[in-house]
Design a protein around this ligand. Structure first.
Ligand code: FE2
Length: 170
C-alpha cells in the first residue's frame, strides 16, 4: 500500500504517513488482529493525511476532504471513512479503525524533535495491552493542547471525550 494517486503531500508528510502505517502494522501484529482488520487500519493510515498539504484553507478541512475523495474513489467501509474524516478532532461513533488511527497519528515516533525527552514511545509500547487507557491519555493531551491554544473545541471532540470518559466509568 501507499498514498493514493490523488495525494498532495510533502516529503515530510509522506514520511509521517509511512510511520503511522508502520506503527499500525506493528500494533496489529502485537494485538493479533485478523488480516482483514489490519488492512482496514492500514487503508485509513495511507489515506488520512493524503490532502494535508492541499490548499484547503483550514487546518481541519483535510480529514473530511480526504474521506470524501476516498469514498468517490470506491472506499465503502464506514469505519475507515469515519477514521479519516474525524482523525484531527475525534469521534464518539468510531470503531477500532478510528481509535487506532488517532493513537498512531499522535504516538508515531517521528513527532518528537531529535533528542526531545518524551514518554510517547512508552505509551506506544503499552497500546496493545492497555488500548483504552492510552486512548484516554492521548485524547487528554490533544484536548489540553487545543484548550491551551485558545481554540474552540469542536462538538465532535466534546462528544468523543464524553464517550471515552463514560466508557471508563462502566
Ligand atoms: Fe497524520
Amino acid at each position: 500500500m501507499s498514498v493514493p494517486a490523488w495525494a498532495q503531500v510533502s516529503a515530510q508528510r509522506r514520511a509521517h504517513i509511512e510511520r503511522v502505517a508502520a506503527q499500525l502494522d506493528e500494533w496489529a501484529h502485537a494485538m493479533r488482529v485478523p488480516a482483514g482488520e489490519r488492512d482496514r487500519w492500514l487503508r485509513a493510515a495511507w489515506l488520512h493525511d493524503a490532502l494535508r498539504d492541499a490548499p484547503l484553507g483550514d487546518r481541519v478541512a483535510h480529514g473530511p476532504a480526504a474521506a470524501d475523495r476516498a469514498a468517490a474513489d470506491g472506499e465503502r467501509d464506514r469505519g475507515v471513512l469515519d477514521a479519516i474524516r474525524y482523525h484531527t478532532v475525534g469521534f464518539a461513533g468510531w470503531d477500532d479503525v478510528g481509535r487506532m488511527l488517532y493513537l498512531a497519528d499522535f504516538l508515531e515516533p517521528g513527532r518528537d524533535a531529535a533528542g526531545a525527552r518524551s514518554d510517547r514511545a512508552e505509551l506506544a509500547r503499552r497500546v496493545p495491552s492497555e488500548r483504552d487507557a492510552i486512548l484516554r491519555e492521548v485524547a487528554r493531551r490533544r484536548i489540553e493542547w487545543v484548550v491551551r491554544s485558545g481554540w474552540p473545541l469542536p462538538a465532535a471532540t466534546v462528544g468523543f471525550w464524553n464517550a471515552l470518559v463514560g466508557r471508563a466509568k462502566e
